[in-house]
Write a protein that binds this ligand. Sequence first.
Ligand SMILES: Cc1cc2nc3c(=O)[nH]c(=O)nc-3n(C[C@H](O)[C@H](O)[C@H](O)COP(=O)(O)OP(=O)(O)OC[C@H]3O[C@@H](n4cnc5c(N)ncnc54)[C@H](O)[C@@H]3O)c2cc1C
Ligand code: SF4
Length: 351
Amino acid sequence: MKSIAVIGGGVAGMEAAAKLSKMGFSVTLIEKTNQLGGKLNKWHALFPSRRPADEVLNGLKTRVQLGINILLNTEVEHIENDDDGFAIALNQNRMITAHAILLATGFDIFDAGKKEEYGHGIYDNVITSVELEKAFRSGAVKTLQGKTPKKIAFIHCVGSRDEKAGNPHCSKVCCVTGVKQAIELKEMIPDSEIYMFYLDLRMFGRHFEELYKEAQVKHHIQFIRGRLSEAFENQDHTVMIKIEDTLIARPLKMNVDLLVLLVGMQPSGSINKIIHDLELEKEKDGFLKQADKHLAPHKTNIPGVFVIGAASGPKTIEETVNEAGAVTFEIADYLQNKIATKILKNENSFI
Ligand SMILES: Cc1cc2nc3c(=O)[nH]c(=O)nc-3n(C[C@H](O)[C@H](O)[C@H](O)COP(=O)(O)OP(=O)(O)OC[C@H]3O[C@@H](n4cnc5c(N)ncnc54)[C@H](O)[C@@H]3O)c2cc1C
Ligand code: SF4
């Protein structure tokens, strides 16, 4: 039986492992943390439908229950590649072999502390969109002083589209995440005022535009084109923000109870060893390079090594699940061709 090692147990890895196992392959799913689900474990409700994230997570968990060798708290120490496939050394002196590898290692969340001028980790009431999701999951959004925030500002593109931060790319999902979170806040605190400071609004997906309209028309959330230059903490722990309004070219100052930084997606730092061992190519922005964006989007430059999900660039969950389905056929095709080539080689050696 042909074996496949799926590295990364987020949405991408779980869905692909389930499908590959159903197709009859022997699948090992390697996850470095103590749980499956990846970032989905952190989200409260998903854009654009606002479906509970746990509902999707539980759906994926049900699918990976049967026939898959799941290794949690497991990291790849070293990989060797020969004609037959891959020898993968894992922590705790374990070793597995596989005929193909699927990289589903996802992304890292931008560390907002790197933008010191925004005050995350310094001022009490500057939080990230990831921390806001955590607050939604807990059922209450409060300032650090325990007050209900009445004036809230969101800052778009934190750590994305930012050469200085090392991330020139657009993270794609943070605009719509911000709009979704603003609506959730407004529903939770109806007498709050909410301001979104954006550079461009990228409502690229189906039903995203409707969510944006709902934010403006139904909830009166204010969208202002402007860039945050600095944030300061006032004595009462509110945050004073200085914005350059890029439409009317005038500076703007505002005091808010809560400042939310919409942090982006960046390449995962935990796969450098794998990249090195397998001699994988990366894009200029650091995400894994697809062999051919149109004709072989899930292949890498190394035969037998495939990539899906946010490991090859910012993706939504829907896109990730679609890629997980598509890659299974590419892997099956690769393994079949390999068997055929081997039979041909053996036959030729008898001539
Ligand atoms: C703030 C925010 C909110 C979002 N909200 C939504 C939303 O509402 N709807 C939506 O569609 N999308 C949303 N997204 C995007 C969504 O999170 C991604 O589409 C999804 O997480 C991609 O899944 P993945 O499996 O590729 O990556 P991940 O979720 O990052 O999972 C990767 C997994 O691989 C593991 N891993 C990494 N390296 C290794 C290694 N070397 N060895 C073993 N395991 C490893 C990780 O521990 C993790 O479990 C949001 C993103 C952000 C930043
Ligand atoms: S999706 Fe929006 S907030 Fe995120 S990087 Fe792109 S433009 Fe900026």
